[in-house]
Design a protein around this ligand. Structure first.
Ligand code: SF4
Ligand code: SF4
Length: 134
């Protein structure tokens, strides 16, 4: 293999800043709209189950704990979640959000389960987002 044609390119790259970082010792900031892990904001959740119905990965489970006290339990199965953000889009009450966490690897997938026990909130619809003219 002839190295001569590649030599200028090779020399150029010796003095160039690397395009990669030494992960995990060095970390880059994730983009602002990065979809990490879905998080429930219990104080806003009405337990309407729209997120559960819309989740394409069946990663959300909502069950009553004590119906008289309006207590519910939401389980988010992060081992099934495909980080599509559909639950955030679908929630009419702004009760779901995504964090920017991406280092989720564990040896036991049961550790990826997140549980919230909460009293269902009174509905406060999320403000309408402005649509950009096409
Ligand atoms: S981000 Fe997508 S897959 Fe994950 S819980 Fe929400 S709707 Fe389900
Ligand atoms: S997170 Fe939103 S969509 Fe899901 S049950 Fe609570 S209020 Fe309903």
């Amino acid at each position: 293999m002839k190295i001569l044609p590649f030599l200028p390119e090779l020399i150029r790259h010796i003095f160039k800043k690397p395009a990669t970082v030494k992960y995990p010792f060095e970390k880059l900031a994730v983009p602002k709209r990065f979809r990490g892990t879905p998080i429930l904001i219990p104080a806003r959740c009405t337990a309407c189950k729209i997120c559960q119905l819309d989740c394409p990965a069946e990663a959300i489970e909502i069950v009553p704990v004590a119906e008289a006290e309006k207590k519910f339990k939401m389980t988010i199965h992060n081992d099934r979640c495909v980080h599509c953000e559909q639950c955030v889009e679908s929630c009419p009450f702004n009760a779901m959000t995504m964090n920017q966490e991406f280092e989720l690897a564990v040896f036991d997938r049961r550790k990826l389960k997140m549980e919230y026990v909460y009293t269902k909130a009174a509905p406060v619809p999320k403000p309408k987002t402005e649509t950009t003219p096409s």
